[in-house]
Design a protein around this ligand. Sequence first.
Ligand code: S3P
Length: 170
Amino acid sequence: MNKSNIILIGFMGVGKGTIARSLVKNSSMFAIDTDDLIESMENQKIKKIFEVNGEAYFRALEKKCALWLEDNIKNNTIISTGGGFYKQENIKQIGKVIYLQSSFDGIINRIKNSENAQKKLKKRPLLQNLEEAKKLYNIRVSEYEAIADITVNVENKDIIDITNEILKNI
Ligand code: S3P
């Protein structure tokens, strides 16, 4: 049976990619990631795209990616997204939107306690200054919540419990 696409939204470092991989392992769905699509469109890492062309250019690529997803990816797909992708006007046309929620400190601790923590921080242009990142987080939390079809709290939870909660609700 076909299932609607699932779109994972949430702040940088909350675990969208990790949860997407766990959903794939535990369902018959496949996954794609908007940042990966954008990197392949440009043949360049996100960090470099920000450095060379700036954030507005990156946001235009996200829009192109959103339109492509709406036209081409019809069902059975888990789509993990960059932290700002939730602003795409057509997001609800792509699939069911699931917001992965955590406190800002929970997210930073998750990154800091992970393997390759430095690499994970370095590759994210909007996480270079944690004060600025916290401001961005505070602006976005209510917007994530407002756009979501389902909100799942992920802080201090096991991946498998988060996975099961999502699969139960789709
Ligand atoms: C961004 C989040 C990043 C990436 C880009 C911008 C954002 O993805 O898309 O650096 O605006 O929050 P992750 O959420 O996977 O870090």
